[in-house]
Write a protein that binds this ligand. Structure first.
Ligand code: ATP
Length: 665
């Protein structure tokens, strides 16, 4: 497996060259740049928008269409109560510390990681080993020529650093503070040790409406909207389980110090799936057999806890059998995520699935695997795949009293003996007034064990105290004329359960950036000019499919170019005309930078017999044939039903003049 970032052709990846190309060709650009910009906010230009739209299109086909998922589009603005209930208000935070001298705000885990990595690089250099520079904040780079000093570390210390780094995502704030003290970690900009880490909530707060009495947030994930619509979606699905909902939309996180370009931003596009499954029956998946032989590269929790980052390549079937991956549904989605990444052109040697360690897991998750992609910034989480158990549906049901459950008709009736609560509705509502619903929901959410105790207490004292957070002091007195708790026997024909949720969550911006790095390489120029960048996107995701190049601006070419553009449009193939005065070779190489996979040249022969040449971006080889045959070939190549080799075997090769420097004035 590759461990450092290289180009598609095995060249060392020149991050500065990729970034300069991407900005120069307007894939993306800092937002509000002429006002000085705001970190973590970027705009996409035309090729970036087209690339993103094509990735989303394939995502929809690969997941939503393939699996009959129910797509929803929910609002970004979310009331406080929803995110309080989901746990985000209290727990959706990162650890932040501050440089006491210059006030610089640092994300604690990234700070520890950066300094330890830089010490290890210094150690390598002192030992005369090859050092890979980690990409850093460009503003900082100006101050220092390199991010580390060549100082040899004690072997045991170096090993300890490696172990800390393998577990870096597992530390809480206090532990990060201890690491900062223990290793005397100082901000290189000031030489100061930062303050102890404190939790910083990542949500953007706002108020909804003019009176500011409805506090809210910009959503940090699309998931909550899907959970809140669960009952309606289940009904839409005629009560059938399992099923999945899906949503594509913007999410917002007030990242502490975003410096990694598109990889860490404050506003980003997410594509999320919530697959609802019955927790009984080991979360089996009826299509698991289709993927069980697929081999995935896995980095499990125990390996990381032992301070290592060694991966294993194992079939997903075996991983589930061994209990490494908890269940078939989770395993199925890991495999499907892998297939999607392959389809859009992610380099297969730069993908691994890493399991979360216990402390690292989000507050709602019981198991989680991230699809990580290797970039110039190291391994980056691009897709999270979490088993959220019944957490979200349960907490929202408990809070609102809404039945976020499945009712399943049983083949055989079931006799059940258990504690049942009976609420005296006629008196209960008028007695508790506006708090009635919340108190009732809290009573209904009690466990059997709790009900047993309540039953006894009611009998002995004639009243009980119920825990109801947010009402009074959190404890509400309920008397026996309002509530009865009885041990009862009943026959059930219906089973009620709260589904568990498996959630694959895609950050489209991170995938898009990794895709650009993975497909970048440089081609030496024949004419002795500087090497030119090429983005070898698969045709299906390439922003523009065809470049039309008239040999010159000669007026005879104009009708042929117009006709060709029209035919390509009708065939659903995006094209651009480059009729500038640059040489054909230059025009092609300019479009190689945009990742345009095919080019057609309109020349004097075209005017005579309607034949055109078709050039393939990566090999620069060309075929020549009648216009309609070429358009058909392009369509097959974009749809993936034919390869370039197929086309070369079907159509006559063209070894003419155009690729070389044919300068037309
Ligand atoms: N600040 C961000 N910028 C761009 N994409 C992001 C950002 N935060 C999350 N994502 C994307 O959303 C996906 C799902 O979000 P999730 O909550 O699992 O991320 P996370 O674990 O908080 O990420 P990280 O640990 O890198 O902050 C991630 O896999 C990633 O692709």
């Amino acid at each position: 497996m590759t461990t450092t970032a290289t180009t598609l052709k095995g060249q060392p990846l020149d991050k500065a060259a990729v970034d300069s190309l991407l900005r120069r060709r307007l894939f993306y650009t800092p937002s509000f740049e002429i006002y000085g910009g705001v970190s973590g906010l970027y705009d996409y230009g035309p090729p970036g928008c087209a690339l993103q739209a094509n990735i989303i299109d394939l995502w929809r086909k690969h997941f939503i269409l393939e699996e009959d998922m129910l797509e929803v589009d929910c609002t970004v603005l979310t009331p406080h109560e929803v995110l309080k209930t989901s746990g985000h208000v209290d727990k959706f935070a990162d650890w932040m510390c501050k440089d006491p001298k210059n006030g610089e705000i640092l994300r604690a885990d990234h700070f520890v990681e950066d300094i330890l990595e830089s010490r290890l690089r210094g150690d390598k250099e002192a030992r005369g080993q090859k050092v890979e520079e980690k990409e850093e904040d460009p503003k900082k780079k100006k101050k220092k020529s390199k991010g580390h000093e060549a100082i040899k570390l004690d072997d045991a210390v170096a090993k300890e650093y490696e172990e800390v780094l393998a577990r870096i995502d597992n530390y809480n704030g206090e532990q990060l503070g201890e690491l900062i003290k223990k290793y005397d970690l100082r901000n290189p900009a000031t030489g100061e040790q930062p303050t102890p880490p404190v939790a910083f909530n990542l949500m953007f707060q706002t108020s909804i409406g003019p009176s500011s009495n409805t506090p809210g947030y910009l959503r940090p994930e699309t998931a909550q909207g899907q959970f809140l619509n669960f009952a309606k979606l289940l009904e839409f699905n005629t009560g059938q389980m399992p099923f999945a909902s899906a949503s594509i939309g913007k999410s917002y996180r007030n990242e502490i110090s975003p410096r990694a370009g598109l990889l860490r931003v404050r506003e980003f596009l997410m594509a999320e799936i919530e697959h609802f499954v019955d927790p009984e029956g080991h979360k089996k998946h009826h299509r698991f057999h289709e993927v069980e032989d697929m081999e995935l590269v896995l980095l499990d929790r125990d390996t990381q806890l032992s301070g290592k980052t060694t991966t294993q390549t194992i079939s997903i079937g075996q991983a589930v059998k061994d209990g490494l991956v908890d269940n078939e549904t989770l395993g199925y989605f890991l495999a499907r995520i892998h297939l999607f990444l392959k389809k859009i052109g992610i380099d297969q040697s730069k993908v691994r699935f890493r399991q979360h360690m216990a402390n690292e897991m989000a507050h709602y998750a019981t198991d989680c695997w991230d699809a990580e992609l290797l970039t110039s910034g190291g391994w980056v989480e691009c897709v999270g795949c979490a088993d959220r158990s019944a957490f979200d549906l349960s907490v929202h049901a408990k809070k609102t009293g809404a039945p976020l459950i499945v009712r399943q008709r049983l083949d055989e009736p079931k006799v059940i003996e258990e504690w049942e609560v009976e609420i005296e509705k006629k008196k209960f509502g008028p007695f508790y007034k506006k708090d009635g619903k919340t108190i009732e929901a809290a009573i209904l959410a009690t466990t059997q064990e709790e009900r047993g105790k309540l039953g006894k207490e009611l009998e002995e004292n004639g009243k009980v105290f119920i825990n109801v957070p947010g009402v009074g002091d959190g404890k509400v007195e309920v008397s026996k004329d309002l509530l009865a708790v009885k041990w009862q026997k009943r026959v059930e024909n219906i089973r009620e359960y709260t589904p568990n949720v498996i959630e694959p969550s895609f950050g489209i911006g991170r995938i898009l950036y990794s895709l650009m790095e993975h497909n970048f390489w440089t081609r030496a120029s024949d004419g002795g000019d500087e090497a030119r960048g090429v983005l070898s996107f698969p045709p299906a995701v390439a922003p523009t499919k065809v470049l039309i190049v008239p040999l010159s601006s000669h007026k005879d070419f104009a009708p042929a170019v117009r006709k060709l553009s029209q035919k390509l449009r009708s065939a659903g193939l995006s094209s651009r005309v480059d009729d500038s005065s640059a040489s054909i070779g230059k025009r092609y190489s300019r479009n190689d930078e945009l990742g345009t996979p095919f080019g057609v040249t309109v020349d004097f022969q075209t005017v005579k017999d309607a034949t055109i040449t078709l050039r393939e971006r990566d090999s620069t080889r060309q075929v020549r044939a009648e216009e309609d045959k070429i358009i058909e070939a392009i369509r097959a190549l974009v749809e993936g039903t034919k390869t370039w080799q197929d086309i070369e075997s079907e159509l006559p090769l063209f070894e003419g003049q155009q690729e070389a420097e044919v300068t037309v004035r």
